[in-house]
Write a protein that binds this ligand. Structure first.
Ligand code: HEC
Ligand code: HEC
Length: 217
């Protein structure tokens, strides 16, 4: 395990520094391709935590237990710049270079399966002075895609919302509303949500974010 992780770290440095030069033998690249999800996840721990519980200081959300399809798709979206490239997207710009640590489909799917396997646990609520009743009423607009229980609908590319960090949901709704997320031309997925976000008035954002946080994961 220790040997494997040292090897992995060497590969990470190597890939970051000189992607395609002879200094980085194809053997090392191949070993990263064969790395386990736990090994690949080591490069995520500093922000998302060893158990995937997230880190409020870094504004990195809890990701443990998110479905593999969604994690893999978002990693690809960060990589291709469909997400996290807007100059005002402070948190996305932090995440985007990290997505390049898992830049093949195999690596994305491997680390996504690992994230999905981590037991999900909702963090304590952070938003204050919220109106959960108003949040629940607003959530009626979301169920068509995100499901009655906020469980998500893969066929619509709509992720689960249940139990997500309340501060994170509010932040994302503001990003969608202001065009920081979901506004890249040619994106077939983000604009759907960006349009929906316009139906949530700013003063209700925290209510609905707090409400979805209360839904069991
Ligand atoms: C330097 C800190 C940092 C590291 C390291 C990092 N992330 Fe992130 N990650 C973030 C931040 C910040 C966000 C929130 C981005 C936003 O607000 O749009 C994020 C968002 C995400 C999301 C989107 C969650 C959602 O609900 O849409 C996924 C998935 C993710 N990260 C996976 C990973 C994986 C897998 C790794 C390791 C390969 C990783 N991250 C490494 C900071 C980091
Ligand atoms: C028409 C379908 C649709 C409806 C209705 C909808 N959404 Fe979404 N939502 C999506 C899709 C698709 C995504 C994925 C966007 C992406 O990958 O960039 C998404 C993503 C999100 C995210 C980002 C989650 C994350 O982990 O980063 C949040 C938060 C969200 N929606 C909240 C809501 C709320 C709250 C409502 C109701 C007010 C709502 N959505 C209604 C389709 C929808």
């Amino acid at each position: 395990m220790r040997v494997a992780s040292q090897y992995l770290r060497a590969a990470v440095v190597c890939l970051a520094a000189l992607p395609l030069t002879t200094a980085c033998g194809s053997g090392i690249v191949a070993s990263r391709e064969a790395a386990s999800g736990a090994e690949l996840y080591q490069s995520c721990e500093s922000c998302h935590g060893p158990a995937g519980g997230g880190d409020l200081v870094q504004h990195a959300p809890a990701i443990a237990g998110l479905p593999a399809w969604y994690v893999a798709s978002q990693l690809e979206r960060f990589q291709t710049g469909l997400r996290g490239k807007h100059p005002d997207d402070v948190e996305g710009l932090r995440m985007r270079p990290m997505s390049l640590q898992v830049n093949s489909q195999t690596q994305r799917e491997t680390v996504a399966a690992y994230v999905a396997s981590l037991p999900s646990a909702a963090n304590a609520p952070r938003l204050k002075d919220v109106d959960l009743t108003r949040g629940e009423e607003t959530f009626a607009m979301c169920v068509a895609c995100h499901g009655m229980k906020g469980e998500g609908t893969e066929a619509l590319n709509a992720p689960p919302l249940a139990g997500l960090d309340d501060w994170y949901v509010a932040l994302q709704l503001r990003k969608f509303r202001s065009g920081i997320r979901g506004s890249v031309p040619g994106d077939g997925i983000g604009p759907t949500m960006a349009a929906m976000s316009m139906a949530v008035p700013p003063e209700v954002i925290e209510d609905v974010a707090a409400y979805v946080h209360t839904l069991p994961r």
